[in-house]
Design a protein around this ligand. Structure first.
Ligand SMILES: [Zn+2]
Length: 236
């Protein structure tokens, strides 16, 4: 099955990606089991949380902490920053919200966030960069912005538009938000330049063949975005 991923991060040895509609609704355990079995990833080592459209980030600094998070109650959060955890990973669910993956020079500090417009509005993308630095991220960071609702389809009313005044596009008397530009600006303000950010133009709402979309279909079907550091990846 197709996975949307970043060649730079694959080259760095990190298994990751966003699933395609063909993989099924990733809210269903049977579908995540199938995916991780196919990829030969131990699913019990993929950390999960309950997403709340916040700027809350869970940091995991080593394998011991990963185990503690896995055994505890499900955190309520929208970002992961996982460092120095060979053999562990994390996953998030999205339909139209933005999946973000970030990594540092050696791919030892990995970030994964579920950032819908609410997350962008409260500054989650920028906070991810800061949190990665605090976690020891080295060198220039890289980021990948996965499939989400793009400015072609993300029409909003005045209340949401008011939170994105610099990122509104007007067409046919309708207001659309350009989340990509807002994310790029937050990254740049934290020292992550746009030439390090990959933004493939996949629109979940506009491409029914490949993606689920809450906006389009009003269902809760979701795509999964995951990151996993193989146990064999050497610690730099
Ligand atoms: Zn679209």
């Amino acid at each position: 099955m197709p996975l949307y991923s970043d060649p730079r991060l694959l080259a760095a040895g990190i298994i990751h990606g966003t699933t395609d509609r063909a993989a099924g609704n990733m809210r269903l355990a049977e579908n995540t089991h199938t995916l991780f079995q196919m990829l030969d990833i131990p699913e019990e080592k993929i950390l999960r949380f309950q997403q709340i459209h916040s700027d809350t980030i869970v940091t995991v600094a080593d394998v011991g902490q990963a185990r503690t998070v896995q055994q505890g109650t499900l955190p309520q959060a929208d970002g992961w920053v996982i460092s120095h955890c060979p053999g562990w990973g994390a996953a998030i669910l999205t339909a139209d919200c933005v999946p973000l993956i970030l990594w540092d020079e050696r791919a030892q500090v990995i970030g994964l966030a579920h950032s819908g417009w609410r997350g962008v509005a409260v500054g989650l993308p920028g906070k991810m960069v800061r949190t990665m630095r605090q976690a020891g991220a080295e060198g220039t960071l890289c980021a990948w912005v996965g499939p989400h609702i793009q400015n072609c389809c993300f029409e909003v009313q005045d209340d949401v538009a008011a939170q994105f005044s610099n990122y509104i596009e007007k067409r046919n008397n309708k207001l659309f938000v350009n989340l990509n530009q807002a994310i790029l600006d937050q990254f740049a303000a934290e020292g992550l330049p746009k030439d390090r950010v990959s933004l493939p133009y996949y629109c979940t709402c506009g491409d029914k063949e490949h993606f689920f979309s809450y906006r389009r279909d009003h269902t809760k079907d979701a795509l999964l975005t995951f990151v996993y550091t193989p146990p064999t990846k050497p610690l730099a």
